[in-house]
Design a binder for this molecule. Structure first.
Ligand SMILES: O=C(O)CCC(=O)C(=O)O
Length: 258
């Protein structure tokens, strides 16, 4: 499966301009023969948290309509990053997964809120996991800070996920953590990790870019630089089976100890 991370810059608090940018990157991905595209975290608004009452998307309806339209138009599955989703009882940081027929397959709201960027002051935490199925394959979504919680990844992998998606707005100041944690999540879970970060800056942070496509052996198959980029890679599902046979980590787990 040919995939791409749409590593985009995000205009602060300006959904109109971000929808336009996402559409042109999706078109570019389509022209490059991409079958599945991934957008970054909070790609419609950025971290403009103090204006959420004006710019959050009621029930993520606008994002869902756009992703569904784009998925059908370009014949592509879309891991729709995440958007500020006004649920009526708090704004959640919600990932939307749409298949190439334009159906919303799953929604995942970030469970671990990141205090260093004041998320807990403005956002409500999710309470369910990001496990979903596309083309008969189990996959799971996580958002940014989630990568610091290996137990959250392991739970979805034990439930069958073999491709792990991570939309993010990860700051450049901790890019070494980003690269190391993502690689570790791939190695320990013997799974693909497809991580789409944003590029550019907002009033508080410069973001790292460095989106990554990592194979189930922990090999970095593709890595972006700091600027906007369409990062392309491929998922080979047989490679997962081969690696899990070579080192049978899942057979060797000793559940009686943990
Ligand atoms: O954990 C980190 O260092 C960054 C996390 C983050 O930026 C986020 O969750 O939005």
């Amino acid at each position: 499966m040919k995939i791409a991370c749409l590593q985009m810059d995000i205009a602060f608090g300006d959904p109109k301009s971000n929808y336009g940018r996402a559409e042109s990157l999706l078109k570019e991905a389509h022209e490059a023969g991409i079958e599945l595209a991934v957008l970054p975290e909070l790609w419609t608004t950025g971290y403009d948290l103090t204006r959420l009452d004006e710019i959050a998307d009621a029930d993520a309806a606008q994002a869902k309509a756009f992703l569904s339209y784009a998925a059908k138009k370009y014949g592509m599955h879309i891991i729709g990053g995440s958007v500020a989703n006004d649920t009526g009882s708090g704004v959640k940081n919600t990932m939307i997964i749409v298949n190439k027929q334009g159906d919303v397959v799953h929604e995942y709201s970030k469970v671990h809120l990141f205090r260093l960027m004041n998320e807990e002051k403005f956002l409500a935490a999710g309470d369910a996991d990001g496990l979903f199925e596309l083309n008969g394959e189990k996959m799971a979504g996580f958002i940014c800070y989630d990568i610091r919680f290996p137990e959250w990844f392991r739970k979805q992998v034990l439930n069958g996920a073999r491709v792990l998606f991570v939309p993010a707005e990860w700051p450049l100041a901790r890019v070494d953590h980003w690269r190391t944690l993502l690689t570790a999540r791939a190695i320990e879970n013997q799974a693909y990790v497809i991580a789409c970060n944003r590029s550019g800056s907002d009033p508080a942070n410069k973001f790292a870019g460095h989106s990554m496509i990592i194979g189930p052996w922990g090999e970095i198959l593709a890595e972006a630089g700091e600027e906007e980029e369409l990062l392309v890679g491929e998922i080979d599902f047989d490679a997962i089976d081969e690696i899990r046979k070579r080192i049978p980590v899942f057979e060797d787990r000793l559940e009686q100890f943990y």
